[in-house]
Design a protein around this ligand. Structure first.
Ligand code: HEC
Length: 87
């Protein structure tokens, strides 16, 4: 799930706009998403909830499963970095 999520994340080029894993990006770092944003992740990525803000729908390139995998990948990256910072 996490490996697939990373592949989909790369394929859809999310990181061309967003920062992740400490790599800087122009837009919200997805590792810092609020719990509320995690709740509506699928609506944002598939349904284009934030289209007006410039975040278009990825329904043409990603399935619902792909989006779940991407979210799992992001959570795993966030957890991994948090552990690194704790050391
Ligand atoms: C063309 C640039 C672009 C790409 C590529 C892109 N996004 Fe976004 N994304 C945006 C913009 C713009 C916003 C809105 C930023 C704001 O809130 O002002 C956004 C917001 C988001 C948010 C809400 C973040 C928050 O903390 O509020 C999520 C989640 C998100 N994008 C996921 C993704 C995923 C997953 C991908 C890859 C499938 C992706 N984005 C690819 C431009 C992009």
């Amino acid at each position: 799930m996490i490996t697939r999520g990373r592949a989909s994340f790369d394929r859809a080029r999310c990181s061309s706009c967003h920062g992740v894993s400490g790599r800087p990006g122009l837009l919200p770092d997805m590792l810092l998403m609020s719990p509320e944003t995690h709740e509506i992740f699928k609506e944002i990525v598939i349904e284009g909830l934030y289209r007006a803000k410039g975040m278009d729908s990825f329904a043409d390139v990603l399935s619902t499963d792909d989006v779940q995998d991407i979210q799992a990948f992001i959570v795993s990256e966030a957890t991994r970095l948090r552990h690194q910072l704790d050391q």
